[in-house]
Design a protein around this ligand. Sequence first.
Ligand code: ADP
Length: 478
Amino acid sequence: MSKIRLLFASSEVYPFAKTGGLADVGYALPKALSQYHEVEVVMPLYQSIDRDLYNIVSTGEKRLVKMGAASYEIELFQTSYEGLLYTFVYSAVLCDVEFLYGTALAGYENNAIRFGIFNRAIIEILSANTYDAVHLNDWQCGLVPLLLRENPSITTKALFTIHNLAYQGTFPSSTLEECGIDASYFTLDKMEFYGQVSFMKAAIAYADMVTTVSPTYAKEILSPEFGCGLEGFLASHEIKLIGVLNGIDQDHFSPHNDPLLTQSYNDLKGKQVNKSDYLKSVSLKGVKKPLFLFIGRLVSQKGVDLLIEILPKLASLECNIAILGEGEEQYVHSLQELSHRYNTIYFHQGYDEKLSHQLYGAADFLLMPSLFEPCGLNQLIAFSYGAIPIVHHVGGLADSVKKIEKFDPDSPYGFGIVFERPTGRSFMNAINKAMNLYDDKLHYNTIAKHNMKGDFSWSESALVYGALYKSIIKGKHV
Ligand code: ADP
């Protein structure tokens, strides 16, 4: 078999809509796969997407999607972006909302119906065209494998990727009826999860293959510590579970050619210009001091409690700290308070793509104290921009960041400071190591330069995905 015809479905894809790493994957993986296969992407046409900017036009196809007692009108739109065909599903219920999924406090109450519509639209697309495989991402696409089972005339095989098991798409049992799913699916071995229905379980049960975004996370989720209550269920499907490490698009995340930077750079001297520009822009002083950076969603997963715990100690060292994030109120409040208290901490509250690039360009170290991390992309971006990551040894961070103590200039890996336990003390020890490393300029520069030259792209993992699609098309596991 040569080229595979693949439909890649995601609830967010950069640059159209992004809340986190899923959008980066939704942009970069189909692009990498399209070197070898025929790939199309499908996503919702949220009202926040600029139709004119991306030349997104209606295909003229309007359909009624029946779910339970209700019918919802959908309309398909398309555009071609960087050589790939994107299909957008528009339905007022799914798309005409302020945020993609809800606020930091809670998801929208009708999320099951919203993404039920999206999933049924994917089935419509699959039945109208011939695809060899469909690649589904996270619970927002979780019903598709089950619906494929209900539509045996569609021969497309389904690969489902878990980007974060902490978000499972669990809803009240009434969802079954609202989404037009037979009550027989409401059992422990299918969709039932502690009296609720789980979109994630439907996907795991019926996909031909399930992947996670790193090999270590694939093992971790089989344990109660990381399995979010699904460890037993996952273990019963272990035969079709495999971890494939995410990559980044190194054309997009490239300091050599990044229109979002104040100045593109190829070396650490050029990086200094970005650092000094950034520090000036927020009135932080001391370009010779290391700049630590935290970027991410302000949720417990990202180790924000640890960050807040150590910030007073960190602020007492000869350094500056920049933080960019949005999320839970309590964290926003604490970070605001700390940044008022210490004039070496600058907290940017919100989501800002341009600023994020500038910060990667400016920072000497990236802080990633995540309690769990399915893969994490920030550390890979940091490698590319010459910021050395400081990470908790967990999930994809364990797979992608090798310890500086074992630095080997011939290694294809990126190196950083790795701490073993998610405690303030362990994190602070790692930061002290970073301070020492920064003082040893030669060593710091050697590692940062090594990382900047590394290949953290999708090239290898796209081949692995290609092989996985082929194996399910042939009807085999792994
Ligand atoms: P997540 O668990 O949120 O998906 P990842 O590490 O996989 O985390 O990916 C995060 C992506 O989102 C990266 O591209 C990162 O730079 C970006 N990001 C996270 N928070 C922000 C923010 N507040 N502003 C801009 N970009 C952000």
